[in-house]
Design a protein around this ligand. Structure first.
Ligand SMILES: *[C@@H]1O[C@H](CO)[C@@H](O)[C@H](O)[C@H]1NC(C)=O
Ligand SMILES: *[C@@H]1O[C@H](CO)[C@@H](O)[C@H](O)[C@H]1NC(C)=O
Length: 391
């Protein structure tokens, strides 16, 4: 008995340590503020609710994109998307990456599992372009890559080391965007950058200016490095190519398109992108963001111009439901899933927490919390959404 409890004690202690580690969770977004950018973390409780916002400087400054047709007006507060992107903040394992659009740098933080609300800045590195706006990371390649969407536009990659931080890996892979710094959009701007699930290729989405379609650039990974020569696809019905989310496999993805909704695409073994299904969401205003849940086998489309989350079946592309949120929060922007919860940055200064429980049995997700961000100052630069631990 005595011997048995001695044997069990270390097991129980380490189990307790793992459990307490599991209960430390946080959500993060960026304040892309030209006066000084910061990551804002929100503590996530066991029941999914948010509390305790904490600001941590990114070591750089933000910059607002300009709205087309307004003679140089910055993307406005109230539905503001000042970077025209998804994935401006990215968590992978204990790493957090973000962009400083006004400093032309990216920031690398590490996250302490016992205290995820206080990410630790390791270093920043020049992106070799202007207006960096979205970032992706491959843990297999230990490589982070960023898309620059200003007058010097293109993709730059960095090797990532826990202690040494970011080191540039080669030069800028230019993309002829024909943009200014800051860029004028949303049409004609850079959108999203993502590695595919097997981390064998890097994808970048670029918006067109209807009727001119946008493009998808794919940089295959060759001998452990992101190649410098992209495979470019311009399917005629991908107009304002915004976010790109893989659907659990290298061969299928959903691309949002504020011109009509979203499209399901097929990706060939040689990285050619073709549309398999155009999803027209009647009455949509600006569907720019999306998330895919393998657990609930569902795609959520987020509309910056309406408080609506549109649910889509990832196999057929059929619309399976609409969650109409509290209109006081305005539109729905960047969002991320964690366990059975969905965290959605709103156009007004709120983060909405949705519970997806029952979604697989046809139940409509319900609003669990509307977390007020007004104590944090201007909403205008808020952008991105990421969760620790990442799934
Ligand atoms: C656009 O802005 C510039 C600089 O603020 C100003 O000089 C010009 O008159 C404006 N043009 C229009 C059409 O409003
Ligand atoms: C939002 O959803 C409601 C309820 O389904 C619908 O009546 C409305 O037309 C939708 N609005 C937009 C802009 O999609």
């Amino acid at each position: 008995m005595h011997a048995l409890s001695l044997l069990l004690a270390p097991v129980l202690v380490s189990a307790a340590a793992i459990c307490s580690r599991d209960t430390s969770r946080a959500a993060y977004f960026l304040d892309n503020n030209p006066a000084g950018a910061s990551i804002i973390s929100l503590q996530i409780a066991e029941d999914g609710t948010l509390s305790n916002p904490v600001r941590t400087s990114t070591g750089g400054i933000g910059l607002f994109g300009l709205t087309a047709g307004t003679n140089g007006t910055a993307a406005a507060a109230g539905g503001a998307d000042t970077l025209f992107t998804q994935d401006s903040v990215l968590v992978d394992g204990d790493y957090l990456f973000t962009v400083n659009a006004g400093s032309n740098t990216i920031s690398f933080f590490t996250i302490d599992s016992g205290d995820p609300s206080h990410p630790k800045l390791i270093n920043t590195a020049p992106t070799l372009g202007e207006f960096p706006s979205s970032v992706s990371y491959s843990s297999k390649l230990k490589t982070a890559c960023v898309i620059n969407g200003g007058s010097v536009a293109g993709v730059t990659c960095f090797s990532v080391d826990h202690a040494k931080g970011l080191s540039p890996q080669g030069g800028l892979r230019p993309i002829a965007l024909g943009q200014t710094t800051p860029p004028v959009g949303p049409p004609g701007t850079a959108s999203d950058i993502v590695f595919n699930p097997s981390e064998t290729a890097l994808f970048v989405s670029i918006k067109g200016a209807p009727p001119t379609p946008g493009s998808i650039y794919v940089y295959p990974v060759i001998n452990g490095a992101v190649s410098t020569t992209p495979v470019v696809s311009k399917p005629a019905t991908l107009l304002v190519d915004f976010s790109l989310n893989f659907l659990g496999t290298d061969s299928r993805a959903v691309i949002t398109d504020p011109a009509y909704g979203a499209s399901l695409v097929d990706i060939s073994s040689t990285y050619t992108v073709t549309v398999s299904k155009q999803i027209v969401v009647t009455g949509e205003k600006a569907i720019c963001w999306a998330t895919f849940s393998s657990r609930f086998n569902s795609i959520a489309l987020l509309d910056a111009g309406a408080p609506n989350v549109t649910l889509v079946d990832p196999a057929s592309g059929a619309i399976t439901g609409v969650v109409a949120l509290d209109p006081a929060g305005s539109g729905v922007l960047d969002s991320k899933l964690d366990r059975t919860f969905m965290y959605i940055l709103r156009g007004a200064p709120f983060v909405t927490v949705l519970s997806d429980l029952g979604l697989t049995h046809g139940k409509t997700p319900t609003e669990l919390q509307s977390f007020d961000l007004s104590s944090l100052g201007s909403r205008q630069g808020f952008q991105g959404m990421s969760i620790y631990p990442s799934s």
